[in-house]
Design a binder for this molecule. Sequence first.
Ligand SMILES: [Zn+2]
Length: 312
Amino acid sequence: MGPPTGSRHFRIERLADGVYAAFARPGGFALSNSAIVDLGGATVVFDSTLTPMAGAALRRAAERLTGTAPSFVVNSHWHGDHHWGNSAFVGAHVVSTRRVREVIVEKSRPLFRSWRRELPKELASLRHPGPGVDRRDVPELRGWFRGVLATPATLRIVPPGVTFDDELVLTGRRRSVRLLSYGGGHSPSDVFAFLPDERIVVAGDLALVGYHLSVGDGYPAEWIRILGRMLRLRADRVVPGHGALGDARTLERSREYLRDLERRAADARRRAVPLRVFRRAAVPERYREWRFSLMYPDNLVRAYRLGTTGAG
Ligand SMILES: [Zn+2]
């Protein structure tokens, strides 16, 4: 066992010598998972969590585990729970695609402001959650909302300063990490990391484990194509954006969820089911155990709206 490195925001799991995942704890202020990679001479952190508080705990964990302050912080995409911790990584280069940078510059501050306005009401409503909220999700939703509300209004948003389009390889004495973007599936632009020697994919929200995917800001048809390309890397472990460590089947499961969503949307459109009816469709039996079912109506709406007639 190494030194204690967990925190109230996440627990650390060692995946290989010098490779760690930080899994968000329900109720903590991380919300999304991260990874820490010791390249040998330089440390990379993948995704900086929802808050500067959890980000600071992650930076300290990375320093303790690798002996080096992180030199690079990668953002998988523009959503707040993957980059609002950036400011805690003083002196590190923030890395993502040019497109992620553009969207962060344009949308991150407005999103933060609107959440700070709306979340007090949402937090209060969790005392008596409505039928659309799974009781099991309440502690995690509470941590999410409280984390945003506990973040200073002066949050410093740090957009990526090192950008790429398709691929950037970071190499140290010990190993390489390939940062890859196959376009936008979950968001306008998504980045994932691939560790070729360890056959590990750090997926961001392109793949989740035991959680509904979040399609509301995404492009499901593109996403299916992206997962197909990712599958060709033949990773046997996947660190998802949310949920526990995944395996060789994780990417396939995420793809199947999206295909199922696309089939349903295409079928509803073919049968001229109005959107207001379709959006209330029940969660399919096979996904009943998955967390964050509150995403499902938005997922249905997005797939229905983006679908082209007759396409599956
Ligand atoms: Zn996301």
